[in-house]
Structures are given as C-alpha cells and as structure tokens.
Design a protein around this ligand. Structure first.
Ligand code: ADP
Ligand code: ZN
Length: 292
C-alpha cells in the first residue's frame, strides 16, 4: 500500500509517501507561494508514485463538508492568494485517486491517537501554540467538524489581572486564546520574541494561566481524555508544570476521575513531532482508501 500525504502549511508544504505501517518512504518540502506557483511542485512530487490514496492535512479555514461541491476548498484565509482555492479538486483531478481532507490539527490529533501521545484513546485534543493557535479534536474516534470545524484558538478567556494588556492581538476578538497566548501575542506584550524570554520571566505565568483555561474548557465541554500541547511556544519547558498547577487550581476538585489525578499524562507534549502532520495525512489517505 502506498499513501500520499500533503501537510499544507502557511509557510511550507510537506509532501510524503508512506506505506501501510505509516513509515515514511520519501518526503520533501517546498515553500508556500501562490497556488499557481506551489501546486506544480506538489503535484510533481506525487505523480507517477502509484498511490492508493492521498490525504491532505491543511491550514484552515477549509471546507470539510463532503456533500458540498466546494469540499476541500480553502475558505476565508488571510492568505489572499489561497482564498477559495480548490485544493482537494486540484489534487483529485490530477492524481485520480481517493482523497480525504482535514485540518492539519485534526490530522495531528488522529496521528497522536493512533501512534503517539494518545495511543489507544478514542478522545484527545491536539493543540498547537505557535504563530497562531489551532486545535484538532478526536471524539469517540471521530474527527470533529460540526458546522465548519472547531476554532480552539478563538475561544474567549478571562483576562489575567496582572496582564499589562487589556486586549489581545486578534483582530476579531478582545480576549481570545490566540490573541492572548500565541507566539506573536507574547512578543507584542513583552517586546521580545517568545523564544528569547527566560524561564523565570512572568510571561510564563500568564501564558500558563491562559492555556490552563483552555484545558478546563476542553475537560468541561467534551471531557477529553488527553490534551496534547505542541507548537513552538511549548518548547519553553517551564510551561507544562505551570499549566498543570493552574489547571488543578481551576478545576477546584470538581472532576473526579483517575485521569485527573495524573495531570502529567493528561496534559502532555506530542510524541510524533515533527511527523504528526505527515502521518496524520497518510492516516486520512488510509481512511479514504478504506471508504471506497
Ligand atoms: P508555526 O506556528 O508558524 O508553524 P511554530 O509552531 O514553530 O511555528 O511557532 C512559532 C512561535 O513559537 C514563535 O512565535 C516563536 O517565538 C515561538 N517559539 C519558538 N521556540 C520557542 C521557545 N523555545 N520558547 C518559547 N517560544 C518559542
Ligand atoms: Zn480571536
């Protein structure tokens, strides 16, 4: 079995060929330019590879309604050249194999639940805290889409009373997760790139306060069994213990379950970095193949 996987990102595209055991046989990357410039590189990589199916794990927002003629179109992205671009259609028309599309973060959640930090679980939330904040949710083994797809980065939060800012940097919302806790929002608040802030900077207490609120929401709304926090900002190692401590405080002893007793396991880093997108894409391809 040969599965094609495309991880479509705002800065780069990652393409891979994987076998049925999800081993990466071949992979490459190219920079994300306009669709006219980028798609030939992507299609060239996959053409002639005798693929059984292709999975696309893409930045969003993306149309995931399989009954829509616009399925797999990028929708209202600020990357104007990609707005309304028919990514799925372009791939299928050229490669002529079954293809399934999902968000990059849903694909990562699927990969982590199959082989990584949420192995053997049917419920997990995968969050990336980087230039933006996005999340993918696996519920009872299904990747959640709902009406569009969840936008974990834009859930509203309570402001920390010591936050020097009264609003986040999201152009749409005064106090949302991405506006308050993404890498650029940390830089905006402290005037220094997030990766240059030292471990003892109070930035990390604020950051943990905001990410712990996300965790409370995930536990109270969908009762997820694992919260996987990845992305560049999570490279700051003081964050995990601080988030778990704040989360425990915020839960207030209300939830009773052995998993809550073990926050180190419940709130954890990804296990498949940097391959979760590529493996997730191939798992989507496998699902596409199996449903034909
Ligand atoms: P992207 O979201 O663009 O895919 P990343 O997930 O790598 O990229 O996130 C980039 C963000 O992560 C930047 O804002 C950067 O400052 C921040 N970052 C990278 N390394 C660290 C680190 N060690 N500590 C804190 N923040 C970091
Ligand atoms: Zn927002």
């Amino acid at each position: 079995m040969r599965f094609g996987s495309l991880e479509a990102g705002g800065t780069k595209m990652v393409m891979g060929i994987l076998n049925e055991n999800m081993q990466i046989l071949r992979s490459t990357t190219c920079l994300t330019r306009t669709p006219e410039e980028t798609m030939p590189d992507i299609l060239d990589f996959f053409e002639g590879e005798h693929l059984d199916a292709v999975g696309i794990a893409t930045f969003g927002p993306v149309n995931l309604n399989e009954n829509s003629s616009e399925y797999g179109n990028i929708t209202s992205t600020p990357k104007l050249a990609w707005r309304n671009f028919p990514l799925y259609r372009t791939m299928v028309d050229t490669l002529k194999v079954p293809c399934l599309v999902d968000t990059d973060v849903n694909a990562a959640a699927l990969a982590e639940a199959t082989y990584g930090a949420a192995r053997n679980l049917n419920n997990c939330l995968y969050i990336t805290v980087g230039t933006g904040i996005g999340g993918g949710l696996l519920c009872e083994g299904k990747l959640v889409h709902g009406m569009l797809h969840p936008e974990w980065g834009h859930i509203p939060l309570s402001r920390h009373e010591d936050d020097p800012l009264t609003r986040g940097i999201c152009p749409y919302h005064t106090l949302c997760l991405e506006g308050l806790a993404s890498g650029p929002s940390i830089q905006n608040r402290w005037g220094v790139p997030a990766n240059e802030l030292l471990e003892d900077h109070r930035a990390w207490d604020l950051e943990a306060f905001y990410l712990a609120q996300l965790c409370v929401t995930a536990l109270m709304t969908v009762s997820t069994e694992r919260i996987i926090l990845g992305g560049g900002v999570m490279n700051q190692s003081v964050l995990f213990p601080k988030i778990r401590e704040k989360l425990s405080e915020m839960l207030g002893g209300y939830l009773q379950h052995p998993r809550i007793e073990n926050l180190e396991e419940l709130v954890c880093p990804p296990a498949l970095t940097p391959n979760s997108g590529l493996i997730g894409g191939a798992l989507l391809a496998k699902r596409a193949y199996e449903s034909t």
